[in-house]
Design a protein around this ligand. Structure first.
Ligand code: ADP
Ligand code: MG
Ligand code: MG
Ligand code: MG
Length: 416
C-alpha cells in the first residue's frame, strides 16, 4: 500500500485497506470480523478503533489539512512520520509510557498502535473530579527520562545531531506552536477568540509591553535552543489514564527544544484544571478538595521530575556535557551536584515562562481547553479564566524570583 498515493481511510474502507497487515490480523483477528469506529476528538487527525475476535488496535492517520479548521488550512502528512519517530524514542527512553507502535506506513501517514483501554483522556477525568493514583510521579518520571535521554547529557553527539536534523523537518507543526502559542495571544490575531467578559483584561494583557517581550524571549528559546527531543504538545488531552495508570499519546509536535517546555505545558494544564474547578461545582465549594488534590499532583510532578533527573544525572551522564572527567573523576562530586542544581534551576525558570504562555494561549488563542469551555455560564467561565490569565502573567514576568513548586501552588491558592 505504501507505494500508492495517499487516500484517507474511512470506517467502511479500513478493513479492505489494512486487512492484509500481518500485525493487525495477529492482534485483532481476521479482518472479516473487524468493527471500526472513528473516535478522533483531536484537532488534527483521524483515529480509528478496530475491534476483532482477537483484540483491538488504534489506527491513526494524518489528514492533509487541519481537522479543526478544514481543507483551507493544509498541513503536511509528514507529521505522522514525526509522531512515529517520537513514539519509538519515548518507548525506548521510558518503557511503557506510550502506546506500543505496531506498524508505520509513511506514504499513507498511518500509525497502527496499541489501543489503551479502559483509559480515558486525563483532561476529561480531571473535569469530572476523578483522581489518578501515581499521576504526578509518573509524569515527572516521563519528563525526566525523555528529556534527559534525548539530550547531549546522554546521547552520543553524532546520534543527537542526526536526530536534531531529522526533527528539524517538523517545520509546519513547529510553525503552529510558534504562532498560536507564542505570538497570537498577544495581539488580535484573526483566529483568536475569548469569553466576552474578558475584554478589559485581554486589552490590558495585549498592552503589557514587558509581557510581549517576555513572550518573544521564550519564543526565541523555543526556536533556537535544541536541548532535547520534546513531546511538544504535552497537555492533559495528550495523556490517557485509568485510576492507577498514566500513558502519554500524540507526540506529532515533537521537536528539539528547551527542556522546560514540556514541563511548563504540563504545569499550565494542571493549573488550568485547578482554576476551572469552581465552574464545574454542583454545590458551592464541592470542588475544593479536588482543587487541593490537583495542586498536590503539581507538587509531586515537579519533585518527581527533579528526583528522577538527578538520579539520571548521577547514573547515566554519558554524553558530551558536564563529563565525569571534569567532576567526579577528580573528586569534585560536589561541583557536579552544584551543576545539576543550577541546571534544574534553569529548567524551572524556563518552565514557568512556558507555563504562563500556555495559560494565555488556551484562553485567548484558537485552541481552547475543555476545562474552561465546558463551563456553560459565560460569567462563571470568565471569572475562572481571569484568574488563570493573571497567574500566567505573574509566572512569565516573575519566573526568576519564584523559588519552587510550593511557591507556585501557594500563588494558585491565593488567586482563588
Ligand atoms: P490528534 O492528534 O488529532 O489530537 P490524538 O492522538 O490526540 O489525535 O487522538 C485523538 C483521540 O483518540 C484521543 O483523545 C483519544 O481519545 C483517542 N486515542 C488516540 N490514541 C489512542 C490510543 N492509543 N488508545 C486509545 N485511544 C486513543
Ligand atoms: Mg491530540
Ligand atoms: Mg485529543
Ligand atoms: Mg495531535
Amino acid at each position: 500500500m505504501s507505494a500508492e498515493t495517499y487516500v484517507a481511510l474511512t470506517p467502511a474502507s479500513l478493513s479492505a485497506r489494512l486487512g492484509d497487515l500481518a500485525v493487525l490480523r495477529e492482534r485483532v483477528g481476521p479482518p472479516e470480523g473487524w468493527q471500526v469506529r472513528e473516535v478522533g476528538d483531536g484537532n488534527l487527525n483521524l483515529v480509528f478503533i478496530v475491534t476483532g475476535a482477537a483484540g483491538q488496535a488504534v489506527v491513526k492517520q494524518a489528514l492533509p489539512y487541519v481537522r479543526l479548521v478544514g481543507e483551507s488550512w493544509p498541513l503536511p502528512l509528514k507529521r505522522s512520520f514525526f509522531e512515529y519517530n517520537a513514539l519509538i524514542r519515548q518507548a525506548a527512553r521510558d518503557p511503557g509510557s506510550v502506546p506500543a507502535v505496531w506498524h508505520f506506513d509513511e506514504a499513507q501517514a498511518i500509525v497502527v498502535m496499541e489501543y489503551l483501554t479502559p483509559h480515558v483522556i486525563l483532561r476529561h477525568a480531571l473535569i469530572e473530579g476523578r483522581r489518578v493514583a501515581g499521576l504526578g510521579e509518573r509524569l515527572g518520571e516521563f519528563c525526566a527520562r525523555t528529556l534527559f535521554r534525548g539530550s547531549d547529557l546522554s546521547m552520543p553527539a553524532a546520534a543527537k545531531k542526526a536526530d536534531l536534523a531529522l526533527f528539524a523537518g517538523n517545520v509546519e507543526l513547529c510553525d503552529i506552536t510558534e504562532n498560536l502559542v507564542f505570538s497570537d495571544p498577544y495581539f488580535a490575531a484573526p483566529m483568536n477568540r475569548h469569553t466576552p467578559g474578558l475584554d478589559g483584561i485581554v486589552a490590558r494583557l495585549r498592552g503589557d509591553l514587558s509581557l510581549k517581550v517576555a513572550a518573544q524571549h521564550l519564543k526565541m528559546a523555543f526556536t533556537s535552543r535544541g536541548e532535547t527531543l520534546l513531546h511538544g504538545d504535552l497537555h492533559t488531552g495528550s495523556i490517557m489514564v485509568t485510576d492507577t495508570e498514566t500513558r502519554v499519546i500524540d507526540p506529532e509536535f515533537a521537536t528539539y527544544g528547551p527542556m522546560g517546555f514540556d514541563v511548563g505545558m504540563l504545569i499550565a494544564n494542571f493549573l488550568m484544571a485547578h482554576f476551572s474547578q469552581p465552574g464545574h461545582e454542583s454545590a458551592p465549594g464541592d470542588r475544593a478538595e479536588h482543587q487541593g488534590w490537583l495542586l498536590s499532583v503539581l507538587e509531586t510532578l515537579w519533585r518527581s521530575f527533579a528526583a528522577e533527573f538527578g538520579h539520571l544525572w548521577r547514573t547515566e551522564r554519558r554524553g558530551i556535557l558536564y563529563q565525569a572527567s571534569l567532576y567526579e573523576d577528580q573528586g569534585h562530586g560536589l561541583a557536579s551536584e552544584q551543576a545539576l542544581a543550577d541546571l534544574l534551576g534553569r529548567i524551572w525558570t524556563d518552565a514557568l515562562g512556558f507555563c504562563g504562555i500556555e495559560m494565555h494561549r488556551r484562553i485567548l488563542g484558537l485552541a481552547h481547553n475543555a476545562d474552561f469551555e465546558r463551563i456553560a455560564d459565560e460569567g462563571r467561565r470568565a471569572a475562572c479564566e481571569a484568574r488563570a490569565l493573571a497567574m500566567g502573567r505573574q509566572l512569565m514576568l516573575g519566573a526568576c524570583a519564584i523559588r519552587g513548586i510550593d511557591a507556585v501552588t501557594a500563588m494558585a491558592r491565593r488567586m482563588d
